[in-house]
Design a protein around this ligand. Structure first.
Ligand SMILES: NC(=O)C1=CN([C@@H]2O[C@H](COP(=O)(O)OP(=O)(O)OC[C@H]3O[C@@H](n4cnc5c(N)ncnc54)[C@H](O)[C@@H]3O)[C@@H](O)[C@H]2O)C=CC1
Ligand SMILES: O=C(O)[C@@H]1CCC=N1
Length: 269
């Protein structure tokens, strides 16, 4: 019999995963969703042909529960779920910060828990989903999580001690690139380009650079040096980036994101 998978708290990440699983060949009849609002449940039913049920029903009838609520909502969800989750269910958390121990303490003894930090490129099947096992999760549970998250992009296993760092780099990572594109588009406006053209130029530069980073086999320093001609334009821009401490700012920014992930560990916000 096929495994039934339920997505609990189907917001942006939950829906991205749900749609990826269906694109990846999961039958909607093997999937369940839960949502806080009735209108949202109806929307998900209509869009994906999946059944929307209560959290308690999902816990009873699905083999795998994927919890995609905000970290601050996880405590309340677990209080609601705990009496209904048999210890043979696989519980996958998609929440930032919250350790597997948090779930293990609140669910039946021995419940396998897997922690996953994905990112929004799941919407275009280019996610990176970083996966760690809790105390009772087996190789089979990790493989099942990889099968699910593999429908929306790449997966990487790390020890749970690296999850807060992975959240800072990868979970939040797309936002930094969007922020850079926004800033570079503004620069284009300053230089007199129409916004739509500036946008297209920067987005294509980003795509080209991303494909080179992935496929060329070259170190990023070498790729940057190849663009940087003696007495040319690029080195003048690089000097300004260094003068403004952009490298140090990136390091501090990611450290702040890592620290926030650690703070979220309590689920109290
Ligand atoms: N947005 C992002 O880029 C990423 C988010 N995450 C994590 O994914 C999780 C979800 O984030 P988003 O999808 O952005 O948030 P979201 O707010 O879009 O989705 C969360 C959903 O959970 C629902 N919900 C809350 N409590 C519920 C309950 N008791 N029963 C049923 N539904 C309930 C909310 O109504 C909402 O629709 C968070 O824990 C976040 O840390 C992970 C990676 C990236
Ligand atoms: O900002 C956040 O807390 C979530 C987790 C990673 C990306 N977005």
């Amino acid at each position: 019999m096929p495994q039934k998978v339920a997505v609990l708290g189907t917001g942006k990440i939950g829906e991205a995963l749900l749609s990826g699983m269906i694109r990846g060949g999961w039958a909607p009849s093997d999937l369940l969703v839960t949502a806080r609002r009735q209108e949202r449940a109806a929307q998900l039913r209509e869009r994906y042909g999946v059944e929307a049920v209560s959290n308690a029903e999902a816990a009873k009838s699905a083999d795998t529960l994927i919890l995609t609520v905000k970290p601050q909502d996880m405590g309340a969800l677990l209080t609601e779920l705990a009496p209904h989750v048999p210890a043979d269910r696989l519980v996958i958390s998609g929440a930032a910060g919250i350790p597997t121990a948090y779930f293990e303490e609140r669910l039946a003894a021995g419940t396998p828990v897997v922690r996953v930090m994905t990112n929004t490129p799941a919407l275009v099947d280019e996610a990176m989903s970083v996966i760690s096992a809790g105390t009772h999760a087996t190789a089979g549970h990790l493989a099942h999580a990889e099968e699910i998250f593999g429908t929306v992009g790449k997966t990487l296993r790390v020890p749970e001690t690296q999850q807060d760092a992975a959240t800072a780099l990868s979970g939040s990572g797309p936002a930094y690139f969007f922020f850079l594109v926004e800033a570079m588009t503004d620069a284009g406006i300053l230089l007199g380009l129409p916004r739509d053209k500036a946008h297209d130029l920067i987005v294509q530069a980003a795509i080209g650079a991303a494909v080179m980073l992935r496929d060329s086999g070259e170190h990023p320093v070498k790729l940057r040096e190849n663009v940087t001609s003696p007495a040319g334009t690029t080195i003048n821009a690089i000097r300004e980036l260094e003068n403004h401490g952009v490298r140090a700012a990136m390091i501090s920014a990611l450290e702040a994101a890592r620290d926030r992930s650690r703070e979220l560990a309590t689920g109290n916000g």
